[in-house]
Design a protein around this ligand. Structure first.
Ligand code: SR1
Ligand code: MG
Length: 420
C-alpha cells in the first residue's frame, strides 16, 4: 500500500493519506480525498476496524494489531492472521458465493484487508439481544456451512490441493492456540484469565469435578488439533454474522483452520442456544416466548438446510478421494449409509462443541454480551447456571440427542429449570 513498507497501525489521522493511492479504494470512495471521512468502529477482541466513507461510497478497512486488543500488548499475536482471514474469505467466496463480504484489496505487510461495507447490516448478537428476527437467516447459514465444509474437504477437493492448503493453514497456529486454551482448556480449571459471575461456584465445581466430562472435552480437542477434515471458519459465533431484517452475511474468518466438520456448526448452534437461554433478561414476558421459539426454529431450520445441501453436494459433487463413486454407485450400490454415518458424526461433534462453547463463554476470558450485558448479577448467574448445566448435558449425553427436535426439548427443559 501506502507510505510505509514496514507494518504500521493505521490511525484516524493516517488512514486517508495512506490509502489514497490505492486504486480499488479510490474507485469505490471517489478520488476527491478531501471528502473522505474515517471512523474506528472495532469492538471485537483483536483488530482495528475502520469505516472509510467518500462521496461515492464506503468501505471497511480491517487491520490486525500485533497483540490481542482485548488484553493489550502484554499478549502478542502475529499479524499473519490477516493473511489467513484473507485466504479464508477468498475460499469462502468461491465455495459459498454471496455469503461473505467482497474483498477489494489485501496488504500482507500491513496485515490489512479492504472489504465491502455491509450496510445497514448489524451484528447478529445485538439483534438477538434486541429481539429482532431475521428472515432467511437459517437458509444462508445452512447453505454456507454445507458448501464451505463439503467443498473444503477430501469429499470434494483434489487431494494435493487439499494437502497444500492444510499445510498453508497450519501457519495459523497462534489463532488455533487461542481456541485450544480459551475454549477447550481454561473453562475446566482455575486458569489465570478466567472470570465468572459470583454465585456460580457450586456449578463450576460440578463441571471441573466431572472426569468424564473433561475426557470428552479433551477428545474433542484432540479432534480439533488433529483432524484436518475441512477448512472451518473457526470462530462462527453470532458476533461473526451480520444481518439486516432479511439479509445475512458471515464475517471474520481469521481463525480459519483445517479441522472437524462439526466445529463451525457446533459453535453456531451454541450461540443461538445462549441467546435463547439469556432472553428472559432482555425482554418482557409478553414477547419472550415468541422470540425464544423463533430462535429454536432457526436452529432446526439451519440444520435441515445444512443436511439437505450437504446431501445434494454428496450426490452431485463427490469427486474427491473420500467415499468415491467407484466403491458405491458405480457398483450399483447406494452410498446412503455412509452419508448417514458421516452426518451423525458431524452432529455429535457439533453437540460436544456446543456444550464447550457455552462453558467457555461463561467461565473463560471472552464472554458474550448475551449474558455480559445483564446488569443484575443474580439474574445473570441464574441464567448462566441454566446454560452451563445445558452445556454439560450436551457434552455428556450427546448420544441421546438424535436431532434438532431432541435438542429443542433439552433447551426448553433447561430454560425452565432452576439450578441455583
Ligand atoms: C483473545 S480472543 C478471544 C476470543 O475472541 C475471538 O472472537 C474468539 O472467539 C476468541 O476465542
Ligand atoms: Mg472475530
Amino acid at each position: 500500500m501506502t507510505t510505509s513498507t514496514e507494518y504500521e497501525p493505521l490511525t484516524l489521522e493516517t488512514i486517508v493519506p495512506r490509502l489514497k493511492l490505492i486504486e480499488p479504494v479510490t474507485s469505490i470512495l471517489g478520488s476527491d480525498t478531501s471528502k473522505w471521512k474515517a471512523a474506528e468502529i472495532g469492538d471485537g477482541n483483536l483488530n482495528l476496524v475502520f469505516i472509510l466513507k467518500g462521496d461515492k461510497g464506503s468501505l471497511i478497512v480491517k487491520q490486525a494489531l500485533p497483540y490481542v486488543r482485548l488484553v493489550g500488548d502484554s499478549w502478542p499475536l502475529p499479524l499473519t492472521r490477516a493473511f489467513f482471514e484473507y485466504n479464508s474469505l477468498v475460499r469462502q467466496n468461491s465455495r459459498a458465493p454471496n455469503s461473505v463480504p467482497k474483498v477489494f484489496f489485501f496488504d500482507k505487510v500491513q496485515a490489512l484487508i479492504v472489504m465491502e461495507f455491509l450496510h445497514p447490516h448489524k451484528i447478529l448478537r445485538g439483534k438477538l439481544i434486541a429481539g429482532e428476527p431475521v428472515t432467511g437467516i437459517s437458509e444462508v447459514l445452512g447453505l454456507f456451512c454445507a458448501r464451505t465444509l463439503f467443498r473444503g474437504s477430501d469429499l470434494s477437493m483434489d487431494t494435493s490441493d487439499k494437502k497444500n492448503d492444510v499445510a498453508l493453514f497450519l501457519g495459523n497456529s497462534a489463532l488455533c492456540d487461542i481456541t485450544e486454551s480459551l475454549v477447550f482448556t481454561d473453562p475446566y480449571f482455575d486458569a489465570k484469565m478466567n472470570h465468572n459471575t459470583p454465585g456460580l461456584e457450586k456449578i463450576i465445581g460440578q463441571i471441573r469435578g466431572d472426569i468424564n466430562l473433561k475426557v470428552k472435552v479433551q477428545d474433542a480437542l484432540m479432534k480439533f488439533s488433529s483432524n484436518t477434515e475441512t477448512l472451518c471458519h473457526g470462530d462462527l459465533h453470532s458476533g461473526s454474522v451480520m444481518c439486516t431484517t432479511d439479509d445475512t452475511k458471515i464475517i471474520d474468518p481469521e481463525f480459519g483452520f483445517y479441522g472437524p466438520m462439526g466445529f463451525d456448526i457446533g459453535m453456531l448452534i451454541s450461540n443461538f442456544l445462549m441467546a435463547y437461554i439469556s432472553q428472559p433478561a432482555h425482554r418482557s414476558s409478553k414477547n419472550l416466548v415468541k422470540f425464544q421459539d423463533w430462535i429454536l426454529e432457526v436452529i432446526t431450520k439451519f440444520y435441515e438446510v445444512f443436511t439437505n445441501e450437504f446431501t445434494n453436494l454428496w450426490k452431485t459433487e463427490r469427486n474427491g478421494i473420500l467415499f468415491p463413486k467407484s466403491l458405491f454407485e458405480d457398483q450399483g450400490q447406494s452410498s446412503e449409509k455412509a452419508l448417514e454415518a458421516l452426518l451423525k458424526n458431524i452432529w455429535f461433534d457439533a453437540l460436544t462443541i456446543s456444550g464447550i462453547e457455552i462453558h467457555r463463554r461463561i467461565l473463560s476470558l471472552a464472554h458474550n454480551a448475551d449474558f455480559e450485558d445483564i446488569k443484575d448479577e443474580i439474574i445473570r448467574s441464574r441464567l448462566e447456571a441454566k446454560a452451563l448445566m445445558m452445556g454439560k448435558e450436551l457434552i455428556l449425553n450427546r448420544e441421546a440427542i438424535n436431532d434438532t427436535n431432541a435438542l429443542s426439548i433439552i433447551a426448553r427443559r433447561f430454560n425452565q429449570g432452576s439450578f441455583l
